[in-house]
Structure formats: C-alpha cells, structure tokens
Design a protein. Structure first.
Lengths: 295, 386
C-alpha cells in the first residue's frame, strides 16, 4: 500500500482556489505512490502545475501533446518492460483529451493491453481554453460553445459513456469516483495500479470557474452530484458493474440551482420541462446502477 | 557479408544491428516491408525489441517519444500521409530533444492519392528540427541508418533524424548490400546512453510549457544543435569510413564537377540516373556535373558554395513543389541562398512528382534548359492533359 501521508504534488501551483482537479492530482499520487511515472495531456492540470522552470510534480512527469498521452504512456510502458523496471505508468488527462481528441490513442492502448492506469479528471468541459463543450459536458449545461440562448437550453446531448467504452475494450478494472470522497479515489487508484493491464478511472472534479460556484463549495458540489444521482461512483471489474455507491437521492434541482452553468433553467422562471429531462437522466442512472437506498 | 537485399529489408537489417529496445510503427506503402520484416525478426527472436503495433502513425511516433523519454533507443518508419498525420508529434519530438531515428520511404502526398515517389512528405517538415538525410541507393540507405543513430544520440546534438530514401525506387529494389558484423556495428554505435530519462529514482518533469520569457531560447538551442550537427555528421561519416570503408565524411558529393560549367543539384535515387546522363553528356563534350546533397537539414550551405565555385549555371532537380513560390521547388531557394554572393544562375525544375519516371533523356533535356536559362517551372508535363 502506498504511503498516504506523502504529498507528491507540491503546493505553489497556479490552480484556481477550490480547483477540483488540483485536489484530484494529490489524491491520485497518494494512491499510486512514488514509484509512478505520470504522462499528462495538455490542459488545465498541465498548465497550472508546470510553468517552466517550475514543477509541482515530485514524481517523473511528461507532457507531449493534447491527444497522444495514452500512446506516449504505451511507449513508456514498453520501455520499462524491456528495461525490467517496476514503475507504475499513469496517464492523467482531462475530459476533452479523453472523451474527444485522444480517444484514438486511448482505444489503441487499451486494445493492445498495455499495463497502464489511465485517469481522466472530468470537469465536464474544455476549461483550459475557457469553458467549451466536450463529450463529457452534461445535458443542458451552458458552455461558451453550447451557450443557452433564446433557442437553446445549453448542451443538447447527454454525457458520453467513457467507462463503458473502455470496459468494452476488455479493461480488467474501470472505476468512477469523486474528489468529494477522497479515500475512495485513493483506494481505486491503488487498486488500478496494482491490476495488470489497462485500467481506467474517471474522477468527477467540480470546476468552480467553469461551472460557476464559489471555490469553497467544491466538495459540496461533488457530493450533490452523487446525492442527486447525476454522478455515480461504481466499479466495473472484468466487464461487470460492481459496488455502485448507494444514496438517499435528492432532486436534481438541488445540484443544478447552485451552478451558473444551469442558471438559465431557473430564469426567468423555473423550467420544469427541462429539469424533468435531467431528473430522468438521474432516475435512469439510479435504476441502471441500483443506487437508491431502500428505507 | 554481402547480400542481395530489397531496400526495405536492408533497412530492417540495419535496425536489427542497431537493436532498438522499442519499435513502434504503422503500415503504409511503400514503407510496409520494413515493419513487416522487423515484426518477423521479433517473432523469431532474432531481434529482442518491444514491437508496438499501434493504431496510427500519430500513435507510432507518440509511443516512440514515450519510450525514448523513458531511456530506450527507439525506431519508427513511415511515408507520406503517415508522416503528415504524425506531423504534430514530429515537431514535438525535436522540441523535446529525443534522438529518435525514423525511416522515411519518400512518397507523394494526396490529393490526388498517389503511392509513388517524390520527396514532398519529408521536405514539408524541413522546419521541424529533425535532421534530414537523403540516400541514393540501398547501400547508402543501410549505412545512413547506422550513422543517423550515432549523430542523433550524440549528447552535443540530441536531435531526431529522418533517413529518407525514395519509395519503391529504393524501398522495393534489390541491390547488393554489404552488411557489417554485429561486433563492428557495436564498436561504431555503442549502447544508447540517454542524456536524461523518466526515472522514479531521479524525478524530473519533461515537456513543460514555456511562457514568452522562456520559449525562444528553447528554439534557439535546437537551432544551435542543428548547426553543430554539420560537423558531427562529418565526424560520424569519417569514423564510418574508417570502420566500414564507405565514405560519408561530406554532406554533399560532387560528381564530375571539377571543370563543369553547368551543375545539376539533386537528392536521392535520381542522382544515379543523373550520373549516367552526365557520363553520356560528357562523352558528347558537354561540361556538366552533379552535386548530390546528402544532408538537407542541417543545410550544408558552405560546402555547397565551395563545391559549386566556378560553375556558371545551376539547375536544381526538385522532387517537391512549394506551391505558390516563385521558384516552385523548396530546395532551389536554399541553393540560391548558398550562392548568393556569386553571379551564378540558379533555377529549379519540379520533376518526377508522384512517381513520374525520370530517364537519361529527361536529364539531358533539363541540362539543355539550364544552359538556355529556362527554369523555375514544372518539368516534363504532359501538355495534352493541361
């Protein structure tokens, strides 16, 4: 087990106060430990943590491009194998790099079965470039490229199901988690790095800047996403869904109301029709994963 | 050992002797025979490399970058569309100073789709920071792979190298090749010693972003290393001659230039045809010679200036087109610049694009055009199609 007291992502980086991904980075390394090599994509985390000549990373870290992290990691892993070395190879990438532009390289790396752990910090839009829609953006969220307007309620499509896509590649271990439950993140990363083959972890990382909430509420937002059923923490072990976190569900409105990206659903009056569609997404999640606590 | 080998298989032999720890490539005509032969070598245990069968050229070079950053010697090969698909990584590899060697079986670029040879693919990446070497025949193609690793991995250089050779014309042609002994290759090219690497025992960050306060100096350093490569390639070529007998101590090669009035400048396999044409023209009393360019990056401007001193007219054979430029070909400008303080006339001829055959007769006609001063044009067009 990795030493959880170690801080392998140092303070002094340039993330926003209350940044979800920054907290995720600390937790990931607590789970993966100091025998890790991190491959990063271009994105918020890369930019806030490595302005030359400073770095926040106390483990070996490499960034090449936006969309090739899984391929770079494939090469790192192959080299380590050939050299008989023991480090864990991690990818830490945002949702744009994962769901959209990097999916070719990820699919290739998973199909080839490299022994890597691919971690997506999912803040549900391209935040580094200023909050544009990605394949991970939830239904009806307003972003700068899916703005709510007179004829639009924001992003018109539901979130892509990346965990299932990677489970379908035969990944032995796929998990979702949230920074709102730090020990769960650490445990899942630890399990992934100690599982042979390509593993995938998707961490919900609320973004105060992109979603529009106060940076002191990041953990609360993460919890609300889970308590409303709009985010589910679960594991897929050898293709089978296991251990979805059960909750006493709250109405989705409680999660939506506190974020500017959904503000258009409450102005000038509450848009019950659209909110009902989002509630239906949460209800479908609850049924699929069996998360409702029976009281 | 002498063997009759297809160009691609000769490249695979060179790679076997170089022993990269990681190979990552994606098949594309006319490069495919190289990666197929390497896969066979790995399957038979003749070559103990990790062979990553990637999903695309983009991933191929990305995986090489990762493996190189982790401290392994690596190898890849591609052509044409594959090279353009990996273009973003091509720049990135040079910027990150990873000494990757990649074979380029030169091929035309779509559209229209063409699997046949020209040099558009590698030449359009001339500004990427990769050393570019061009081979004339199968033996030179083999030899330049050994030399390329020696130069790339030199800690004074740390730049990646394209070893370019004409698709089909070299990649699919059988020629006698002298294959050196493994121990002699090892003496010439010792095991790879990375300058630095990803290592949990000595953590460092690679590929950080640079603000305007830092960016330019990184680019400057790459250019400085490229400048140093002029001499390092020559040294590596000299050492090659001492070990293996074949001379690559110069970045350019003159053929019957001594008393020439007209010179043709060319790169790659067409140099063989040009030499035959020159022999024929010399027999007719025409004072014409060839300057073959082996290294296009770094560009050996001083050597070219020296080699072409006293020449009246220079025609540049261009297997590429820089569309919209006045001279039409990209190489001509570099030659013109190298000769800018002389009164020599430099003109370009875009020829042999998309695999159009170049015969001795064509070179004679081109020489007529050089003498008449007509150039900076496409050469050998089929007027009936225009």
């Amino acid at each position: 087990m990795a030493d959880r007291t170690l801080e392998l992502v140092d303070s002094g980086h340039r993330a926003c106060g209350g940044c979800g991904p920054a907290f995720a980075a600390r937790l990931i390394l607590k789970g993966a430990g100091e025998r890790s090599i991190v491959c990063a994509s271009t994105g918020c985390m890369e930019v806030f943590s490595t302005p030359y000549p400073q770095t926040a990373w106390k483990v070996p870290w490499i960034h090449s491009l936006f969309q090739n992290t899984a391929a770079v990691a494939s090469g790192v892993e192959a080299a380590l194998k050939r050299q008989g070395r023991d480090e864990h190879v991690l990818c830490i990438c945002g949702d744009g790099a994962t769901f959209d532009i990097g999916i070719l390289c990820i699919s290739g790396a998973f199909e080839r079965g490299h022994n890597i752990t691919y971690i997506c910090y999912d803040n549900e839009a391209y935040m580094n470039t200023g909050i544009q829609r990605s394949g991970a953006t939830p239904f009806d969220a307003s972003t700068t490229t899916s703005p709510a307007g007179k004829k639009s309620f924001g992003n018109s499509r539901p979130k892509k199901d990346m965990p299932q896509i990677l489970a379908a590649h035969g990944a032995p271990y796929v998990a979702t988690c949230s920074i709102a439950y730090p020990n769960d993140v650490i445990k899942k990363v630890e399990r992934a790095v100690n599982t042979d083959g390509p593993c995938y972890i998707q961490i919900h990382t609320p973004c105060c800047t992109g979603w529009g909430f106060d940076g002191s509420k990041t953990i609360d937002l993460g919890k609300l996403a889970i308590e409303t059923g709009l985010w589910v923490n679960y594991e897929i072990v050898n293709g089978k869904i296991e251990k979805a976190k059960k909750v006493k569900r709250k109405p989705v409105e409680e999660y939506l109301r506190v974020q500017k990206r959904f503000a258009h659903l409450f102005k000038p009056s509450v848009n019950t029709e659209e909110i009902a569609k989002i509630q239906a997404i949460a209800d479908a999640n609850a049924e699929k994963f069996g998360i409702d606590l029976k009281i | 050992m002498k063997a009759i080998l297809e160009g691609s298989h000769a490249v695979a032999e060179a790679v076997r002797l170089v022993k990269p720890e990681v190979i990552s490539a994606y098949p594309i005509t006319p490069q495919t025979h190289i990666v197929e032969r390497l896969a066979e070598m790995v399957a038979d245990g003749v070559l103990e490399s990790e062979y990553i069968c990637v999903d695309s050229e983009f991933s191929a070079l990305s995986a090489c970058l990762g493996a190189s950053a982790a401290g392994s010697r690596v190898y890849s090969a591609t052509s044409s569309q594959g090279l353009l698909f990996m273009a973003e990584v091509v720049f990135n590899v040079a910027g990150m100073r990873q000494p990757i060697v990649m074979s380029i079986a030169n091929r035309a670029v779509s559209a229209p789709l063409s699997i046949w040879n020209d040099q558009q693919d590698s030449l359009c990446l001339r500004d990427s920071g990769w050393i570019q070497l061009y081979a004339e025949d199968v033996q030179e193609t083999f030899d330049l792979h050994l030399l390329a690793y020696k130069v790339a991995e030199d800690h004074r250089i740390l730049l990646p190298v394209f070893v370019c050779f004409d698709g089909f014309i070299i990649s699919h042609t059988y020629e006698p090749v002298d294959i050196p002994e493994e121990k002699d290759v090892l003496a010439y090219l010792p095991p790879y010693v990375p300058f630095n690497k990803l290592d949990a025992d000595d953590p460092l960050s690679m590929g950080m972003y640079a603000t305007p306060e830092y960016y330019m100096e990184f680019r400057y350093e790459i250019d400085q290393a490229m400048g140093r490569a002029l001499n390092v390639i020559k040294q590596a070529g000299k050492e090659f001659k001492e070990k293996f007998g074949r001379d690559y101590s110069e970045l350019v090669e003159a053929y019957r230039l001594d008393d020439a009035e007209v010179a043709i400048v060319a790169m790659g396999s067409v140099c063989g045809t040009i030499k035959d044409a020159i022999d024929a023209m010399r027999a007719e009393g025409r004072k014409v010679g060839l300057l073959k360019i082996r290294a296009f990056r770094p560009f050996p401007a001083e050597d070219i200036k020296k080699a072409l001193a006293g020449i009246r007219k220079v025609g540049v054979f261009e297997k590429n087109v820089s569309i919209g430029s006045r001279m039409k070909g990209a190489v001509g400008y570099e030659i013109k610049d190298a000769l800018s303080d002389s009164s020599v006339q430099v003109i370009s001829y875009v020829a042999g694009l998309g695999g159009r055959d170049i015969r001795i007769e064509d070179i004679k006609k081109m020489t007529d055009a050089i003498e008449a001063g007509n150039g900076d044009c496409f050469f050998g067009l089929r007027e009936e199609l225009i």
